[in-house]
Design a binder for this molecule. Structure first.
Ligand code: MV4
Length: 490
């Protein structure tokens, strides 16, 4: 592979191109009119304009991307995450054009894209599943029967959904009809597919996902787990590896279950198997994401592997150079997603210009970003500025390092989730690893954020320090003047 086109933008496009360059591979960026000056465009060896800012007229134009790739003699396309990354048709067209798709085969993407097909495949491989059914249902009476069998509350999920889209909780049997009708009509309008299924609703679960990697020679390994329970409205904000609640036995059981899911769909490359872990530490398969995930750096930190490098190597037909028994967890990693959002105003996107933008640096600190000082945050795309990642020998030290990194991260011009990150790092429930997916609902309010970090107190402290330094200078002068009188008592 000599030339890779990255069909993406921002931090992930940059991150992929950095590894490609290290491997001696040429890079091609694609960009929209909003991204003409973006770092991923400047970094690439070549760049092609796709069209106007909206994704549908730029980053989602699969045919145009393939056409440009062919013109430029590209031999591999990496889709990153989002956009075309889990589009089986795109993967198929890339391959048909004689270009290597750096990702799994289209049939794996398709199978895991259908939550029902995924559950059916996983069930055959004895992967634990939430009680419920693995068939599409339309009949309210059948739904009620399942509800009675597994116990309420139940969750109606859209087969074509995922990531929390198209889910409805049913608390009591008498609400089943209404919620089911809603779920079906939402699924039809959102996905063009009204298939829904039912699971028992697991209360207070943790979201733990397992990173897997497979090659074209039948090898699949798990690269341990990421704890992703700190999220708001299905948007993850803090992730960590390893999870503080897994025992070595549970880690092995979940890892092996994830490998079976991968084998169930002939998976090749980097993938993630999502599980729920309940209060009794029982785990259940949820879905599989057939892409490189946003939070992959925490796995890289604890394994020492470059996941993009292995995606590329596997795509060009190499065997994995490590077996399961070669892999070990080193230390603890945390990631904070730094969004241009206002945590004091319901996390609404905060657009504007980054008038000040300085990144923390230091050992064990990694920032995957796509912004520099003076840039504007475009309204057209995901408002993530960067991922702040830290790595330390222990979880406690990682939390400390994250707090220092947050303090050293300077942003002016837009609001960010940095103060929210500090709130999490300071929270008793996070420190003791005693939290679930409801952390934000349970513990977070803007008032608490202000309380936990009173800017007025900080200003007062700074003023006091300033005054002290000035006085110290005056004291020094006074001391010097007084010195010929002999030593003074301090
Ligand atoms: C669940 C659940 C409870 N019980 N399924 C949300 C995302 C999608 N991948 C599946 N999700 C859930 N499925 C059962 N049977 C709770 C969630 C859920 C959740 C899962 C992971 C991370 C955050 C979440 C937030 C709310 C609900």
């Amino acid at each position: 592979m000599k030339k890779i086109l990255v069909a993406n933008r921002g931090e992930i496009a940059l991150r992929i191109m950095r590894t490609a360059r290290q491997m001696g591979i040429q890079t091609v960026a694609v960009y929209s009119e909003a991204d003409r000056q973006a770092p991923h465009v400047r970094f690439a060896d070549e760049a092609v304009l796709l069209g106007p800012p909206p994704s549908a007229q730029s980053y989602l134009l699969g045919d145009k991307i393939i056409e440009k790739a062919l013109e430029l003699g590209v031999d591999g396309i990496h889709p990153g995450y989002g956009f075309l990354s889990e589009n089986a048709d795109f993967a198929r067209k890339v391959t048909a054009a004689g270009i290597t798709f750096i990702g799994p085969d289209p049939h794996s993407i398709e199978m895991m894209g259908s939550k029902l097909a995924a559950k059916e495949a996983a069930k055959k491989f004895h992967v634990p599943m939430v009680p419920g059914i693995e068939q599409a249902i339309t009949d309210v009476e059948t739904a009620k029967e399942i509800g009675r069998k597994v116990g309420y509350p139940i969750l109606i999920k859209a087969s074509a959904g995922g990531g929390g889209k198209g889910m409805r909780i049913v608390e009591r049997e008498e609400d089943t009809k209404e919620q089911m009708e809603r779920a079906i009509s939402e699924a039809i309008s959102a996905f063009g597919d009204g298939s829904v299924f039912i699971e028992k609703y697991v209360t207070g679960p943790r979201h733990v996902e397992v990173q897997i990697m497979g090659d074209r020679h039948g090898n699949v390994v798990y690269l341990f787990e990421r704890e992703c329970s700190i999220q708001r409205r299905h948007q993850k904000v803090v992730e960590e590896a390893p999870s503080a609640i897994l025992t070595p036995e549970l880690r092995k059981a979940m890892g092996e279950a994830a490998v079976r899911v991968a084998k169930a769909c002939d998976y090749v490359g980097a993938g993630t198997v999502e599980f729920l872990v309940d209060i009794n530490r029982e785990f259940y398969f949820l879905e599989m994401n057939t892409r490189l995930q946003v939070e992959h750096p925490v796995t890289e930190m604890i394994t020492g592997l470059d996941l993009v490098e292995w995606q590329i190597r596997v795509a060009r037909g190499e065997q994995l150079a490590f077996r399961q028994e070669d892999l070990q967890i080193h230390g603890h990693a945390l990631e904070l997603r730094v969004y241009a959002e206002d945590p004091l105003n319901n996390f609404l996107p905060s657009v504007g210009t980054l008038s000040t933008y300085r990144l923390p640096e230091g050992e064990g600190i990694r920032v995957d970003g796509g912004y520099t000082e003076g840039m504007e945050v475009p309204i057209y795309y995901d408002p993530m500025l960067a991922k702040l990642v830290v790595h330390a020998p222990t979880r406690t030290e990682a939390i400390q390092k994250m707090k220092e990194a947050i303090a050293a991260y300077e942003v002016e011009g837009v609001s960010t989730t940095l103060p929210f990150g500090r709130f999490v790092m300071d929270h008793e429930a996070f420190i003791t690893a005693n939290f679930d997916t409801h952390f934000v609902q349970h513990y977070y309010t803007p008032e608490k954020l202000i309380e936990s970090h009173n800017p007025a107190a900080e200003v007062a402290a700074l003023l006091a320090l300033n005054l002290y330094l000035k006085e110290k200078d005056q004291l020094k002068v006074a001391e010097r003047e007084a010195s010929h009188w002999g030593r003074r008592a301090k």
